[in-house]
Design a binder for this molecule. Structure first.
Ligand SMILES: *[C@@H]1O[C@H](CO)[C@@H](O)[C@H](O)[C@H]1NC(C)=O
Ligand SMILES: *[C@@H]1O[C@H](CO)[C@@H](O)[C@H](O)[C@H]1NC(C)=O
Ligand SMILES: *[C@@H]1O[C@H](CO)[C@@H](O)[C@H](O)[C@H]1NC(C)=O
Ligand SMILES: *[C@@H]1O[C@H](CO)[C@@H](O)[C@H](O)[C@H]1NC(C)=O
Ligand SMILES: *[C@@H]1O[C@H](CO)[C@@H](O)[C@H](O)[C@H]1NC(C)=O
Length: 327
C-alpha cells in the first residue's frame, strides 16, 4: 500500500493505491485507486406538524439560509408521501413507525448522503429524526439537532395551558383515554407521542411509537442505545416560552412527575437517563449532549439565532469522501 498526501485548494487529499487479492483466485486480480477528499457534510431537515418540506417561509427559508452560509452544501428536506399535500397530511395522520421506515429507505438511496450527514429536526421532526438514528442510522448521523422536540411526549394540546390550566387538565385526562384507543393510536401521529401525566401504565401498554423508541418497556433494544450513543453531538434546543409543547421540558427529556401536570422531573433524574436506556448518560459523560434554551415561543427563532447556534457550531463540518477507480 502506497500513500502520499498533497494539498489541493486548502483541503488535504490523500491518494492511496491498494492492491486487492480476490479470495480463492490465488493471484492479484484488481488494483483500486482510492482518493480521499474533504467535503462539507450534507444536512437533512425534518419539518414539524402543519409544515412541509418546502414552504418558502419555513423549511425553504431554512434550507436557503444554510446554503447561503455553507456554499456547496447538499441540504435534503424530508418530504413524507409523494407531494407537499401528502407531506402535510402525514404530519397528522399515519403510522410514525412506517413513516420512519420509509425515510430510512429514502435517505439510504440518496447517493449524496452516502458518507453520512448532520440532521436538524423541527418540533415532532426532532423525535422522528432520533428514531431514524436509533433504528436505522445508515448512512450515519454526525450531529443531531432538535428544536422544540417532544422527546418524552406531550400531555396536552397546543396552546392549551396558556389559555386555562384547569380546563386543559380535564382535556388531558380525556385525551388520555382517546390516545390509547385502537382506532386513534395507529392513525393520529400526535397520539403516537402522547403521554398522559396520569396513566403511565396505559401509555406503556398501548403506545405504538414513543414508548418503544425510548426503550421504556422491560425488553430493551440494544441497537437503539448503540446508535444514539454514536452521535458526535446531540443538541437539544428548548424554547423558553414554548406554549405548544406541554411540558416544554420534553424538548430536553424532562417530563411531568406522574399524577399531575405540575412538577417537572428533569432528564438527569429520569430512568431513561439514570438507567441509560438509549445512551443519553453515555453521551452526557463525554460532553456530547448540548442543551440550549432559545428565548421565545415554539419555533420562534431568528435566522441569526439559527446561524450562531446551529449552522456555525454544528453544520459547518466536513466529511471524508472516497472515490475509487478500478484500474
Ligand atoms: C480514506 O478514507 C478511508 C475511510 O475513512 C480510510 O479507511 C482510508 O485509510 C483513507 N485513505 C487514505 C489514503 O487516507
Ligand atoms: C432492535 O432495533 C433494530 C433496529 O430498528 C431492529 O432491527 C431489531 O429487530 C430490534 N430488535 C428487537 C429485539 O426488537
Ligand atoms: C378556567 O376555566 C374554569 C372553568 O370554566 C374557570 O372556573 C376558571 O376561572 C378559569 N381559569 C382561568 C385562569 O381563566
Ligand atoms: C397498529 O400499529 C402497531 C405497531 O406499528 C401494529 O403492530 C398493529 O398491527 C397496528 N394495528 C392496526 C389495527 O393497524
Ligand atoms: C465554517 O468554517 C470555516 C472553516 O473553519 C470558516 O472559515 C467559516 O467562516 C465557517 N462558516 C460559518 C458559517 O460558520
Amino acid at each position: 500500500m502506497m500513500m502520499m498526501q498533497r494539498f489541493v485548494g486548502g483541503f488535504v487529499v490523500a491518494v492511496a493505491v491498494a492492491v486487492l487479492v480476490v479470495a480463492g483466485s490465488g493471484s492479484v486480480a484488481v488494483a483500486v485507486e482510492g482518493e480521499n477528499a474533504s467535503a462539507i457534510r450534507p444536512t437533512v431537515l425534518w419539518h414539524g406538524m402543519g409544515d412541509t418540506c418546502c414552504l418558502p417561509f419555513s423549511m425553504g427559508a431554512v434550507k436557503k439560509e444554510i446554503e447561503k452560509h455553507l456554499p456547496d452544501i447538499y441540504v435534503y428536506s424530508i418530504m413524507l408521501g409523494k407531494n407537499e399535500i401528502e407531506d402535510e397530511f402525514e404530519g397528522f395522520f399515519g403510522n410514525v413507525n412506517t413513516q420512519v421506515d420509509n425515510i430510512c429507505t429514502k435517505l439510504k438511496s440518496d447517493p449524496n448522503l452516502k458518507n453520512g450527514f448532520n440532521a436538524v429536526g423541527f418540533s415532532q421532526g426532532g423525535q422522528f429524526l432520533r428514531a431514524y438514528v436509533q433504528r436505522c442510522n445508515d448512512p450515519p448521523v454526525h450531529n443531531l439537532v432538535t428544536l422544540g422536540g417532544q422527546h418524552m411526549g406531550v400531555t396536552d394540546i397546543p396552546h392549551c395551558t396558556a389559555t386555562n390550566a384547569t380546563l386543559c387538565q380535564l382535556m388531558a385526562e380525556a385525551l388520555s383515554v382517546g390516545a390509547y384507543v385502537d382506532g386513534i393510536r395507529n392513525y393520529s401521529v400526535q397520539a403516537q407521542y402522547f403521554r398522559s401525566a396520569f396513566e403511565y401504565k396505559k401509555y406503556l401498554e398501548k403506545n405504538i411509537f414513543l414508548a418503544d423508541l425510548n426503550n421504556e418497556r422491560a425488553t430493551k433494544n440494544a441497537t437503539y442505545k448503540q446508535n444514539l450513543a454514536s452521535l458526535n453531538r446531540f443538541v437539544l434546543i428548548e424554547f423558553s416560552e414554548d406554549t405548544m409543547v406541554v411540558p416544554r421540558e420534553s424538548s430536553q427529556f424532562g417530563y411531568f412527575k406522574e399524577g399531575a401536570m405540575k412538577e417537572i422531573v428533569p432528564m438527569r433524574q429520569q430512568p431513561i437517563y439514570t438507567e441509560d436506556w438509549i445512551g443519553l448518560q453515555q453521551l452526557d459523560k463525554d460532553n456530547r449532549i448540548v442543551e440550549k434554551k432559545c428565548p421565545g415561543d415554539h419555533l420562534q427563532f431568528t435566522m441569526k439565532y439559527f446561524l450562531d447556534n446551529v449552522i456555525s457550531p454544528f453544520l459547518n463540518n466536513t466529511v471524508t469522501t472516497t472515490t475509487t477507480t478500478t484500474i
